[in-house]
Design a protein around this ligand. Structure first.
Ligand SMILES: N=CN[C@@H](CCC(=O)O)C(=O)O
Ligand SMILES: [Mn+2]
Ligand SMILES: [Mn+2]
Length: 326
């Protein structure tokens, strides 16, 4: 019987970077990443190595457009790959690129965002069921709902493992709006979980009080969301907060909205942060999550290359992905 496979809309293109030689000791990401094929790297293909990771791009501006932000995030997957390509490859796992899911510009009625999220979700679920660690490169933060569809549709979560969603973000993204956008994904998740008879286990590090209205705080409280304000994000407080959250879950979906970082570190986003959580603190969270053994999926959202300075934000995104897979 023919087995139907969920594939991205656009096949991966070759990665590029500096060339120092062919040996393992010279290896950079661009030399290590291979195009993903459905039978690539069955679990265990790399002796004594970790689970293979598969990168998928989510080229979407539509959520930010609907949320009245600065559009340009559809170009982010390519910019993050370009920033990852030249980095030295020290990982003990195989990494594959499965290409991009593309959200076409279109009216709300056309539903191109919702259709794109569903396509990306199917790709992610299938990769997870094949034993991969998945990485979705957004896109605006509407990427998170695509990630959720993928994670919630996986055998692991359908089989009853307790899912936690950890968001590094200046914003709750719990807006109650008539149409989904980059401001609504976690309320969408809460409703989808409720429809399954579960409660969304959602935590946020880096909330900016002046950038979230009382309504959003009330929604967060009603849903039992755990959060740390940006001003509370000392290294110790964040470490303890994340450790407690990890204890409450079996598997983790980590989502990084780059606007959690100070504007000087991450200028290339729709809504740069006046305050922001320092990069060493965010990087430490990534290490903590990576060593927990619970990470099943991650995404990086809101990079807007049009407003980036010297690819600063793309480089930070690449560095965090490198840390999380390391
Ligand atoms: N993903 C975006 N979230 C923010 C954007 C805030 C802003 O544009 O100022 C939000 O909707 O709250
Ligand atoms: Mn944000
Ligand atoms: Mn966000």
């Amino acid at each position: 019987m023919e087995i139907s496979r969920a594939v991205a809309d656009v096949r991966p293109t070759p990665w590029t970077g500096r060339f120092d030689g062919d040996g393992d000791e010279h290896r950079r990401w661009w030399q290590a990443v291979a195009p993903h094929t459905p039978d690539a790297a069955a679990p265990g293909a790399r002796d004594a190595g970790s689970r293979a990771a598969v990168v998928v791009g989510f080229r979407s501006d539509e959520g930010v457009r609907r949320n009245k932000g600065r559009i340009g995030a559809a170009a982010a997957p390519e910019a993050i790959r370009q920033a990852l390509g030249p980095l030295a490859f020290h990982l003990d796992r195989d990494v594959f690129d499965a290409g991009d899911v593309v959200v076409e510009d279109g009216s709300v009625e056309a539903g191109s965002l919702e259709a794109g999220q569903a396509r990306a979700g199917r790709v992610i679920s299938e990769l997870l069921d094949g034993g991969k660690l998945t990485v979705l490169l957004g896109g605006g933060h509407e990427t998170a709902f695509a990630s959720y569809l993928g994670v919630a549709g996986s055998e692991t979560v359908r089989g009853g493992k307790r899912l936690g969603v950890l968001n590094l973000d200046a914003h709750f993204d719990l807006r109650d709006e008539p149409v989904p956008s980059s401001g609504t994904p976690f309320l969408q998740m809460a409703r989808a979980e409720a429809a399954e008879g579960r409660e969304l286990n959602y935590a946020v590090v880096g909330i900016s009080e002046p950038n979230n209205t009382r309504t959003l705080f009330n929604t967060a409280d009603r849903l039992g969301v755990k959060y740390l304000l940006d001003e509370e994000c000392s290294a110790e407080a964040v470490q303890e907060f994340v450790a407690r959250f990890l204890d409450s879950v079996d598997v983790l979906y980590l989502t990084i909205d780059l606007d959690v970082l100070p504007a000087s570190v991450a200028p290339g986003v729709s809504a740069p942060a006046a305050y922001g959580v320092p990069l060493p603190v965010i990087s430490a969270v990534c290490k903590q999550v990576a060593t927990s053994g619970k990470l099943m999926h991650l995404d990086v959202a809101e990079l807007n290359p049009e407003f980036d300075i010297d690819s600063r934000t793309a480089k930070v995104a690449a560095r965090l992905v490198n840390t999380l897979l390391g």
